[in-house]
Design a protein. Structure first.
Length: 367
């Protein structure tokens, strides 16, 4: 009898232990709804012969299962060397606003100004690798990867904005843009930096003779270096982000940039002599990584380009408006602005053209 009671007690204990274990599993860390749904799907899948049969069984009689709704969002980064006070930055924001108005929530583009993601060359390489979706480097920098873009660096190639628009908005501009595909980047628009002028802190520039001996910051571009060498200056390749301090501490005497950039980048604080030399017209190439471009549907690509076209017109308008009033503003800030005769400068450029015969095909199309 005692043995029977002990067996009964042991059996009751086992039942109680099993019950406590079951309750314990129910009291485990709660799962998210998605996780619970996944468990359910896995069980359903095991109970059926195939996922296809499961889909058919779950569809209402006489109807096909409706496809799941999916709204694509492109989370992109856009890098630039320009500051937030530069009209280029304003144009970038304008483009993002256009996209958001036409397709709310589809694109989320974070703009990184002031070389936060690297200098112009590093931005190009990041786009090539697909680690950065967008950038807008000067054509002079892109020329290191697409050599034919070096034609834009040829001095005194253009003399007016009308000449520029006729080329970049026409067949030649489209042909040149397509060349970027071979360098693993897609050029989606020609924006504008503008006509470059000389700023320095040594002396006023009224003639070619005044340029001689000046130590000038230039982009990492061979044609620009050849240009200033032909004028008797000492060109120093340097990133734009380093130029201000270099001017401030006397490492260089000056630099060249469009008038509006001299204001936006505060160059006027360290360079008090501005010469309107207009020696090079510099386009700005808006580039997209092929990986990012391919991620968009054809419809989204079309919408993207529609917004980019409108943003391009806006960018050129902003830059040209700021350039028109920049000379007066620089004078108001204490700079001396001079307007030397340009022909003597242009006459010195023959040697530069002789150094770069590879651009002759494009020069024939442009001229």
């Amino acid at each position: 009898m005692r043995k029977s009671k002990r067996l009964l007690a042991l059996a009751m204990g086992m039942i109680l232990a099993v019950g406590m274990t079951a309750c314990g599993s129910k009291e485990a860390a709660p799962r998210t709804t998605a996780a619970a749904a996944q468990d359910s799907q896995e069980k359903d899948s095991q109970a059926k012969d195939s996922q296809e049969e499961k889909s058919k069984d779950s569809a209402p009689a006489g109807k096909e299962a409706a496809p799941a709704a999916s709204e694509t969002t492109y989370n992109w980064k856009w890098g630039t060397v320009d500051s937030t006070s530069n009209p280029n930055y304003e144009a970038m924001e304008y483009f993002c606003t256009l996209l958001d108005e036409k397709a709310p929530g589809k694109w989320s583009i974070q703009i990184y100004p002031d070389s936060q993601l690297g200098d112009a060359s590093q931005l190009c390489e990041s786009v090539q690798m697909g680690t950065l979706e967008m950038a807008c480097p000067a054509s002079s920098i892109v020329a290191n990867y697409v050599p034919d873009y070096g034609v834009f660096d040829m001095p005194y190639l253009f003399t007016t904005a009308e000449e520029v628009d006729a080329v970049l908005d026409g067949e030649v501009g489209a042909e040149l843009a397509a060349l970027a595909d071979h360098a693993n980047m897609k050029l989606v628009a020609w924006w504008e930096i503008g006509f470059r002028c000389l700023a320095n802190n040594a002396r006023p520039i009224n003639s070619v003779e005044d340029v001689k001996g000046l130590r000038l910051r230039v982009m990492s571009n061979e044609v620009h270096q050849a240009l200033w060498t032909a004028l008797g200056a000492d060109p120093v390749p340097m990133s734009l982000s380093d130029a201000y301090v270099a001017n401030q501490n006397g490492t260089i005497d000056g630099q060249d940039n469009p008038l509006h950039s001299l204001i936006a980048n505060s160059t006027f604080e360290v360079c008090h002599y501005i010469a309107v030399t207009n020696h090079v017209y510099s386009p700005l190439g808006v580039i997209v990584s092929p990986k990012a471009w391919a991620s968009m549907s054809p419809e989204d690509q079309e919408l993207f380009m529609e917004c980019m076209k409108e943003a391009t017109a806006n960018q050129k308008k902003l830059v040209r408006e700021q350039n028109e009033k920049a000379a007066k503003e620089l004078e108001e800030k204490g700079c001396e602005v001079t307007y030397p005769q340009l022909q003597p400068f242009a006459d010195k450029m023959e040697v530069v053209y002789e150094q770069y015969p590879q651009f002759s095909v494009w020069l024939d199309k442009i001229k």
